[in-house]
Design a protein around this ligand. Structure first.
Ligand code: HEC
Ligand code: HEC
Length: 122
């Protein structure tokens, strides 16, 4: 589980984000309410998720309380993390191929249908 989580998000991260400090918690001290991530993965993963779904921190978090689970979007995001880990665990070649970005492409809600195909030019 741990390897998958890290590989998943490192793959989706920018070069800059990879230089983030390896301890969790940020300004608020060590994380208190992680159920999926390891403390050292918390920072880089938060950054990667913002880019993947195109939203800021408080889309998922209660302002000023990142440990709170009151924001329902945070609970959806945690389920999504577990889903992504499950998908990658079943990969035929055992490698990580699916990230948040695979579906979300920078949007909060992924598209269910492709955009209409433009009619051929006459
Ligand atoms: C897509 C939703 C989402 C976004 C956007 C997001 N987070 Fe999170 N965050 C989560 C989830 C889910 C957890 C809990 C992960 C777990 O249970 O392992 C979490 C956990 C945390 C924690 C640990 C809190 C604790 O004490 O347990 C911190 C700190 C945090 N986020 C900060 C941020 C910051 C700062 C940003 C913006 C840069 C951000 N998050 C963006 C969903 C999000
Ligand atoms: C297999 C495709 C897929 C992957 C991978 C995926 N998502 Fe989602 N996600 C969806 C779909 C479809 C929805 C809309 C349906 C829903 O809200 O449950 C959604 C909805 C969400 C929402 C709620 C958006 C809203 O406006 O209510 C959040 C937050 C979210 N995803 C975060 C994540 C994060 C974070 C990851 C990576 C850990 C992730 N998703 C990976 C398909 C995916």
């Amino acid at each position: 589980m741990r390897f998958l989580t890290i590989a998943l998000f490192l793959a989706a991260m920018t070069a800059g984000a990879q230089d983030a400090p390896k301890q969790g918690g940020g300004r608020g001290g060590p994380p208190k309410n992680l159920k999926v991530l390891k403390a050292e993965d918390e920072r880089p993963v938060m950054g990667a998720m913002m880019g993947a779904i195109g939203q800021r921190c408080n889309f998922c978090h209660m302002p000023g309380d990142n440990a709170s689970d009151e924001n329902p979007k945070k609970l959806v995001a945690r389920k999504m993390m577990e889903m992504v880990n499950d998908i990658n665990a079943k990969s035929p070649d055992g490698k990580v191929h699916v990230s948040c970005y695979t579906c979300h492409r920078g949007k909060a809600t992924p598209d269910m249908v492709p955009p209409p195909v433009a009619p051929p030019a006459q």
